[in-house]
Design a protein around this ligand. Structure first.
Ligand code: SAM
Ligand code: SF4
Length: 468
């Protein structure tokens, strides 16, 4: 793969972002309310409007922003929370990212790449716990080229255990060239995720001293090349703690607008991981621009309001308490029962030595599911849209009022019921059945409900993988 960034210039206007953040300080209550109302009307916000929300840091106004985010999440996503697990395929890496345990200069990490039989064992374990959606994660290394990613994805899809299988494989890996993306797409991937880490060029340079990742523009245009290679389901993100979160949040919006303008479709998901401690990595103990829990909550709510139709992902990097609190402000996907050591699901011994960083939510999938239900959320393992080709621009057409009610909620009910039939513990199933009953109560009588009730009986009778 040849890295070529000739002729490219950044679409992140750094000075404009600083200026806008400055000029929107001390916003009036009316202006903040006007912007929340625009968002509740399901319109994407402009950078100036996002900056106003960022500057609305008076506690009473922040409370209105939280409330707005909560309301918008309900209106667009309903109670659903989509569940997935990360699977680390290999931790070898030729980059030297200052914040990452996998960086090439870190001698404290035990390096490991899974062989296909080892990958199979991980899949068997995850399937037997009830997972249906994975994100495969790779360091950046010549070994993990597009062909390798393609082959590992194919391997995952080839596995079947009992009633279960993985139905959607997302990727988090280094940016590829257009040909590479085409190859990976042909394996049937879901989302291709790349985090810019920091959009601030000088900070980026300092944090990525060597290796291919030191090229800011190659990474920044990674999603453009993915689109050119035919992948229209993309995930962007920033690693919070490297530079001011206000700037990074604005830059995520500029990245979204860039993709919308150029390809008619924004990112499918946005991630906003905070830096966590990592073995042999001092920087993580004192991140240069650490984000407090309160600001983290604000940034999630502000993102929710700014990009109503983009999924927001929250991972087990965060503690159980934080996850339970912020999930209501607009998170649409979480991982559960995660272990990020390479090979850790099938042989958990000392997995931390092969881990990129430390996780703070150690609950099992079953426990997370139970607690979600108790808090009124509806766990979902749905993969319907991706398998029916409802992605990219096409999908944006569907992201309209009524879609969630017609497709997402029924599919969440069916996939969750499968989980309960095949994997759920008695206590989780009790909470789950109560949650499903609540969802059914809310559904108006009609064809849709009749069809769903039919399919519920089919799942109970042993049918699997039914979706609308
Ligand atoms: N090697 C690929 C790359 O860098 O794009 C794959 C991604 S890496 C294995 C997954 C993501 O983990 C990174 O993009 C980064 O945002 C995040 N990460 C790295 N170190 C971290 C840390 N100490 N705490 C939290 N997240 C971290
Ligand atoms: Fe390697 Fe990715 Fe970690 Fe950087 S973040 S050191 S590229 S695994």
């Amino acid at each position: 793969m040849k890295i070529n960034t000739e002729g490219l210039t950044s679409f992140i206007p750094e000075n404009e972002i600083f200026r806008t953040l400055e000029s929107t300080k001390n916003p009036s209550v009316e202006r903040v309310r006007e912007i929340i109302a625009k968002s509740l009307d399901k319109k994407r916000l402009d950078p100036e409007e996002m900056a106003v929300l960022i500057n609305a840091d008076d506690p009473a106004l922040a409370e209105e922003i939280f409330e707005g985010a909560r309301e918008l999440k309900k209106r667009i996503y309903g109670n659903r929370i989509v569940l997935f697990a990360p699977l680390y395929v290999g931790n070898e890496c030729i980059n030297n990212c200052s914040y990452c345990g996998f960086r090439s200069s870190n001698k404290k990490v035990a390096r490991k790449s899974l062989t296909l039989p080892e990958l199979d064992r991980e899949i068997e374990e995850l399937v037997n716990r009830g997972h249906k959606r994975l994100i495969l994660v790779y360091g950046e290394h010549p070994k993990y080229d597009a062909q390798f990613i393609h082959d590992t994805v194919k391997e995952v899809y080839s596995q079947k255990h009992g009633n279960g299988e993985i139905r959607r494989v997302n990727i988090n890996a280094a940016p590829l060239d257009v040909e590479g993306y085409k190859l990976v797409k042909s394996a049937g991937i879901g989302t291709y995720q790349i985090f810019q880490e920091t959009y601030h060029q000088a900070t980026y340079k300092a944090m990525h001293p060597s290796g291919p990742k030191s090229n800011y523009l190659w990474r920044l245009f990674g999603m453009d090349r993915a689109q050119e290679g035919g992948i229209d389901d993309l995930g962007i993100g920033a690693l919070m703690g490297l530079f001011d979160w206000r700037f990074e949040t604005m830059a995520l919006l500029y990245h979204t607008i860039h993709l919308e303008e150029k390809f008619n479709v924004g990112p499918h998901t946005i991630s906003f991981p905070r830096i966590e401690p990592a073995i042999g990595t001092a920087l993580c103990d004192h991140p240069p621009a650490g984000v407090s829990d309160y600001d983290f909550k604000r940034l999630i709510a502000i993102l929710r309001l700014s990009v109503p139709y983009t999924g927001l992902i929250l991972t087990c990097r965060e503690s159980t308490a934080i996850r339970n609190e912020v999930i209501q402000f607009g998170v649409s996907q979480i991982d559960a029962g995660s272990d990020i050591g390479v090979g850790a699901y099938s042989q958990s011994r000392e997995s931390y030595k092969k881990s990129q960083f430390v996780l703070n939510d150690g609950r099992s999938l079953d426990q997370v599911i139970r607690e979600l239900c108790e808090a009124g959320f509806l766990p979902s393992f749905c993969t319907g849209c991706y398998r029916l080709g409802r992605t990219g621009e096409h999908f944006m057409e569907f992201a309209i009022p009524g879609f969630v009610k017609r497709f997402c909620t029924p599919n969440a009910v069916l996939t969750f019921l499968e989980y309960m039939e095949d994997y759920g513990s008695p206590e989780t199933n009790k909470a789950g059945l109560r949650q499903i009953a609540r969802e059914l109560e809310r559904m108006p009588v009609g064809d849709q409900k009749t069809q769903l009730l039919d399919r519920i009986e089919q799942v109970k009778a042993g049918d699997r993988d039914l979706y609308f």
